[in-house]
Design a protein around this ligand. Structure first.
Ligand SMILES: [Zn+2]
Length: 434
């Protein structure tokens, strides 16, 4: 059981890490090193031997290994990113990098995504050092840079260049799962992520015949692009249920006492109401046009027009995604990936999943643990290249009115002290039994 000091430390660490501004503006504009040094120092105090690794100066990652008692057991990766998305101070009630603790709540950018989990990992490991606890499996701890952009300076770099540090790791746990989801009707769900959709950020290029805006032109690149973008935006993607999404729907239906009819998922989602939101973005592929770029003068038809589309595809549905994009773009518009990441699928019948579930149920007996698939992606995608199956498990017990999904990258991101305490207790329990 996590001791009193661990409960104090998780709050201090969350607050301290928030105060270290690690805003990732993309394009390499971020400096995680001070946060990495902070985390490494806390691990070293607990007797671990963390290493700092940088591909680019200032973009530091931390990796440490805690030796388990059973050398034949597979190792478990526990990871958290150190960078955060930008925050506009003027929009906030409390300065986003103050780390202020006010009325039992820690405020600031990273309070839920994901300096909270970083702090929980540190607090648990240090409690174990005081108590002399050794886990059964080796536990590899990684704090990464660059998750909020390309991961090239973070988990991607670690997976490519420092794979040996993750030797033996078969499973990993990190963000975006095990938080309280209030359905607004008194029920509390604890979704554990067991899959992620793949990322397909695409550039569309329409080519045509440049010319004067007053002339007849049947090969107008802007018109061609606009038609393709409209087809993509209006496309109704067919249902594709991955094993995780199937399990999510089945278990949610059981919680709500609804007859499961997976042949009519849209009706089932309707009946699930608010809880359906956990699943609705992951029953299909998706492609949303997000950027348009063409032309330089109103009376000149440009020879080229460009759009960008945020596509996401489910595990096992990538070929279909590509074929659909070929068809929707048509012969006059080319498309290519600007950024492409794999889809993930993790089993929900694994011993590790069962242990995560049990740890939550012990401290939140009123909650219903359900699996779900993330609509977006995390560092787990990069670590999957090392054969590591990723789960989203960063436990937080949130009171009603704390909308986790809205706080994620949102204004006034904050986390109750009680939620952090719950997180430490559950993480401690899970990692002890993992
Ligand atoms: Zn995150």
């Amino acid at each position: 059981m996590a001791d009193e000091r661990a409960l104090d430390e998780v709050v201090t660490f969350t607050s301290d890490l928030i105060r270290i501004d690690t805003t990732n503006r993309g394009g390499g504009d971020c400096r995680e090193r001070p946060a990495a040094e902070y985390a490494a120092a806390r691990l070293a105090e607990a007797g671990l031997e963390p290493v700092l690794l940088e591909r680019t100066p200032g973009r530091a990652n931390v990796v440490a290994r805690l030796e388990g008692t059973d050398p034949s057991a597979d190792a478990l990766l526990v990871h958290g990113h150190l960078d955060v998305v930008p925050a506009e101070a003027a929009d906030w009630s409390v300065h986003p990098f103050s780390g202020e603790v006010r009325d039992g709540v820690v405020w600031g950018r990273g309070a839920v995504d994901m300096k909270n989990m970083d702090a929980m990992i540190l607090a648990v490991v240090r409690a174990w050092a005081r108590e002399g606890v050794r886990p059964r499996r080796d536990i590899v701890i990684a704090f990464t840079a660059d998750e909020e952009a390309s991961a090239e300076d973070g988990s991607g770099f670690l997976a490519d260049r420092h794979a040996h540090l993750f030797e033996g790791c078969t499973e990993g746990v990190s963000e975006s799962g095990a938080f309280t989801f209030h359905d607004g009707d008194g029920r509390q769900l604890y979704p554990i992520a067991a899959g992620e959709r793949g990322t397909a950020w695409m550039k569309l290029t329409a080519r045509g015949r440049a010319g004067h805006g007053s002339k007849v032109n049947r090969e107008n690149a802007v018109t061609r692009l606009a038609a393709a973008v409209t087809r993509i935006g209006e496309h109704e993607w067919p249902l594709r249920l991955t094993p995780t999404v199937r399990a999510a729907l089945t278990e949610l239906a059981a919680v709500y006492g609804i007859e499961t009819d997976l042949s009519d998922v849209d009706t089932l989602l309707d009946k699930l109401g608010t809880a359906g939101k956990l699943v609705e973005a992951t029953v299909r592929n998706s492609a949303n046009p997000t950027m348009l770029d063409a032309g330089y003068k109103i009376n000149v038809i440009p020879g080229e027009a460009v759009a960008r589309v945020d596509g996401r595809y489910l595990s096992g549905a990538e070929d279909e995604f590509r074929a659909t994009m070929d068809r929707l773009t048509g012969p006059d518009v080319d498309w290519e990936f600007e950024h492409h990441e794999v889809a993930l699928q993790a089993p929900v019948d694994s011993p590790t999943y069962a242990r995560m579930r049990a740890a939550i149920e012990e401290f939140a007996p009123e909650g219903h643990v359900v699996p779900y698939c993330m609509s977006g992606g995390t560092d787990a995608k990069q670590f999957s290249r090392l054969g590591i199956t990723g789960y989203g498990f960063a436990p937080l017990k949130l009171p009603e009115g704390f909308d986790y999904q809205a706080l994620f990258h949102g204004v006034d991101e904050r986390v109750p002290v009680e939620a952090l305490h719950f997180g430490v207790r559950v993480l401690d329990r899970f990692l002890r039994t993992a």
